[in-house]
Design a protein around this ligand. Structure first.
Ligand code: LHQ
Length: 262
């Protein structure tokens, strides 16, 4: 049977590829569980120092597989809250709490929860041909997978509400101009550029990068006072790391640092 998420670890980069291309990598239960297992491995395995998430074929991810939820089959209305609790929310939490960089290479259309999973990643690169669509309003749902949170934070209420209510596709270039993603890249250079970025982060000071991620995430809800204290605590921890000693030594010796992620 074909694997719904391809997983490969190379020199510290765990590449996770959503792999249901004939359905634009929309989520069925098996793919949910496979992605979660991959992200859990990233948490547990010291050999993983960065994650690269992407999709097979012409799409990144079209959100939930709507064929799995055919209302014509009858029966009671589904409990979609339970679907979020059981599947999407654990995945979102694994991405946000992973103390390692998560790079997302959006290789094609990203719709519904597929778009919002991309926005939860730390650094998002997208092919210029990719589109982001808050498809939920087309089927009577509300944005999920953290979409209301990430859109309103990155864009403010006016753009977040318009994207969510109209489901108008947002081009990769506009998403980058608006600060929703890091970069829009020519289609043919997306993967080489994403791989190079992931490799360079995986060779970086993982502890410091993880602490940086936590700090920036907490800044949104902290007061300046609380954030200054948190920076102090994290800097104390970073300053005791082997990678800090190596970074300074390499600087003084005018050579490239060899970080070990500790
Ligand atoms: C699909 C899908 C798909 C199944 C393309 N499912 N087959 C939802 C419910 C439950 C719990 C909580 O959360 C959620 C979260 C959500 O994500 S809700 C939003 C669900 N997603 C959508 O509404 C997007 C539906 N897809 C589309 O609007 C289009 O396919 C987009 C705009 C993504 C791409 O359009 P095209 O490039 O024109 O491709 P296509 O529509 O021809 O799709 C290609 C194939 O993929 C096609 O199959 P076929 O057998 O005809 O070739 C589609 O049926 C299939 N596909 N999305 N979500």
């Amino acid at each position: 049977m074909t694997e719904t998420v391809l997983s490969a670890l190379t020199e510290g980069v765990l590449r996770l590829t959503l792999n249901r291309p004939e359905k634009l990598n929309s989520f069925n239960e098996e793919m949910h569980l496979a992605l979660r297992a991959g992200l859990q491995r990233a948490h547990d395995d010291l050999g993983v120092r960065a994650v690269l998430l992407t999709g097979s074929g012409r799409g990144f991810c079209a959100g939930q597989d709507l064929g799995d939820r055919d209302p014509r089959k009858g029966g009671p209305a589904p409990d979609l809250g339970q679907t979020l609790d059981a599947f999407y929310n654990p995945t979102l939490r694994l991405i946000r709490t992973l103390e390692k960089p998560v790079i997302c290479a959006v290789n094609g259309v990203a719709a519904g929860a597929g778009a919002n999973i991309a926005f939860a990643c730390d650094i998002v690169l997208a092919a210029k041909s990719a589109r982001f669509i808050q498809a939920f309003s087309k089927i009577g749902l509300v944005p999920d997978a953290g979409g209301t949170w990430s859109l309103s934070r990155a864009l403010g209420e006016p753009r977040a509400k318009a994207l969510a209510m109209t489901a108008e596709p947002l081009t990769a270039e506009k998403a980058a101009d608006w600060g929703l993603i890091w970069k829009a890249i020519d289609d043919e250079t997306l993967m080489p550029e994403a791989e190079a970025l992931a490799a360079s982060l995986a060779a970086g000071p993982t502890l410091g990068l993880g602490l940086t991620k936590c700090l920036i995430q907490q800044a949104a809800t902290n007061s300046l006072d609380a954030q200054l204290d948190l920076e102090r605590d994290c800097q104390r921890q970073a300053g005791r790391s082997a990678d800090y000693a190596e970074g300074v030594t390499a600087f003084l010796e005018k050579r490239k640092p060899e970080f070990r992620g500790q």
